[in-house]
Design a protein around this ligand. Structure first.
Ligand code: ADP
Length: 209
C-alpha cells in the first residue's frame, strides 16, 4: 500500500488522521488545501474563492500537484490530502501517477454526518502560527504557545458552502473509487484513536507499506 487518498467532508478529521499516519510509516503527504492557500496568498481571486467555500480551478491545482509528485523520491509512498476533489482531478491523478511509475492503491473515505460536521467546524480553532488544529477545551498551541483563532473559511456561511461543494463535486468520487474496487469507507464518528486503528487495519498497513 503506497499511494492513497484520504477524503472526507471538511471537519471529518482528515488532517489529524494524516498526521498519525505520517508519524509511523514511510510516507509523505501532498495537501491541495496547503497548495490552495499558498496560491491564494499571491492571488486575491483565489483568496475569494476559498473564502466562499468553492473550489479553485482544476487545471491550476492539478499543475501544482503534478509538480509536487514529480519531486518525491520513489521510495516514499504518498498520502493525498484533499486531492482529488472532482472527477476530472481523479482522472488526471491516474495519468500523473502512471507517468511517475506509481499507482493508486486506496481511496479512504472518512464518513461523518452533516450535522456533526457543522458542530465540529463551528468550534474548531487553529494556531495562527503553525496552523495546527487545537483542542477546543485548551485553546493554546502546545508548540507556539499562542491562542487559537477560527480559520477564515470556518465562518458559518462558508462552512455551509464547503459542505455543499463537497456533496456536489467530491461525493461522486465515492462511487468512482467504489466502481474501481479501491474504496475504503471508515466511520469518522468515533474517537481519533479508533478512526486511526480502523484505517490501519483496513489498509493492512503493517504488511504492505
Ligand atoms: P477542508 O478539507 O477543511 O475543506 P482544505 O484545507 O482541504 O479544507 O481546503 C481549503 C480550500 O482550498 C477548499 O475549500 C478549496 O477552496 C481549496 N482547495 C483545496 N483542495 C482543492 C482541490 N483539490 N481543488 C480545488 N480547490 C481546492
Amino acid at each position: 500500500m503506497r499511494n492513497f487518498i484520504i477524503m472526507g467532508p471538511p471537519g471529518s478529521g482528515k488532517d489529524t488522521q494524516i498526521e498519525a499516519l505520517l508519524e509511523s510509516h514511510n510516507l509523505t503527504m501532498i495537501s491541495s488545501g496547503d497548495i490552495a492557500r499558498k496560491l491564494a496568498s499571491e492571488n486575491n481571486l483565489y483568496k475569494e474563492i476559498i473564502a466562499k467555500g468553492e473550489l479553485l480551478d482544476d487545471k491550476v491545482i492539478i499543475k501544482e500537484v503534478e509538480k509536487e509528485i514529480s519531486q518525491i523520491e520513489p521510495a516514499l509512498g504518498i498520502i493525498f490530502d484533499g486531492f482529488p476533489r472532482t472527477v476530472i482531478q481523479a482522472e488526471k491523478l491516474n495519468e500523473i501517477l502512471v507517468n511517475n511509475g506509481r499507482t493508486l492503491d486506496a481511496a479512504v473515505y472518512i464518513h461523518v454526518e452533516e450535522e456533526e460536521i457543522v458542530k465540529r467546524l463551528s468550534s474548531r480553532l487553529v494556531c495562527p502560527i503553525c496552523k495546527r488544529n487545537l483542542d477546543p477545551h485548551n485553546n493554546i498551541c502546545p508548540e507556539c504557545n499562542v491562542e487559537g483563532i477560527r480559520r477564515s473559511d470556518d465562518e458559518p456561511v462558508t462552512v455551509i458552502n464547503r459542505i455543499q461543494t463537497f456533496l456536489d463535486k467530491t461525493m461522486p468520487l465515492v462511487s468512482y473509487y467504489k466502481d474501481r474496487g479501491i474504496l475504503y469507507e471508515i466511520n469518522g464518528e468515533q474517537s481519533v484513536e479508533n478512526v486511526t486503528k480502523d484505517i490501519l487495519e483496513r489498509l493492512d498497513f503493517e504488511s504492505k507499506v
